[in-house]
Design a protein around this ligand. Structure first.
Ligand SMILES: Cc1cc2nc3c(=O)[nH]c(=O)nc-3n(C[C@H](O)[C@H](O)[C@H](O)COP(=O)(O)OP(=O)(O)OC[C@H]3O[C@@H](n4cnc5c(N)ncnc54)[C@H](O)[C@@H]3O)c2cc1C
Length: 103
């Protein structure tokens, strides 16, 4: 049951990240005024979710998840770089906070 809880959380975070990304993409298409906030939020949330999900996936598979025999360790490393490039997630949080403080 503990494993099922992890799987449910992983699926939930993945779908939330996907929906926020689609919402930001829609705002980009329309040129909405709050695109800056949503773009930063989607980048930050989706990359944090990817890191959490792939880390949990490695935990689920135990030692096999960590080895290079399976693609998961690569997915976890790839998730990590998404938190760093295209504006680190710390910087995205600065961007979001500025938008929120502007009202
Ligand atoms: C695989 C890879 C591909 C890349 N591709 C590209 C590319 O195609 N084009 C491109 O232009 N760049 C690219 N980069 C560079 C990437 O955008 C930078 O690595 C990224 O912006 C972080 O900059 P930095 O490495 O200089 O870290 P630093 O700016 O030195 O930051 C180090 C850490 O401090 C944190 N930090 C910095 N300032 C603050 C602050 N004010 N408040 C809180 N925390 C802060 C950062 O979030 C980070 O965690 C790539 C990097 C990698 C690793």
């Amino acid at each position: 049951q503990g494993i099922q809880f992890m799987l449910a959380d992983m699926g939930m975070k993945l779908e939330a990240a996907r929906q926020l990304t689609y919402a930001a993409a829609g705002k980009s298409e329309r040129g909405d005024a709050d695109l800056t906030y949503f773009g930063a939020a989607a980048k930050c949330f989706a990359s944090d979710a990817a890191m959490q999900i792939t880390t949990d996936a490695v935990q689920l598979l135990g030692g096999y998840g960590y080895t290079k025999d399976f693609p998961l360790e690569r997915m976890m490393r790839d998730a990590k770089i998404t938190q760093i490039y295209e504006g680190t997630n710390q910087v995205q949080r600065i961007v979001m906070a500025r938008q929120l403080l502007q009202g």
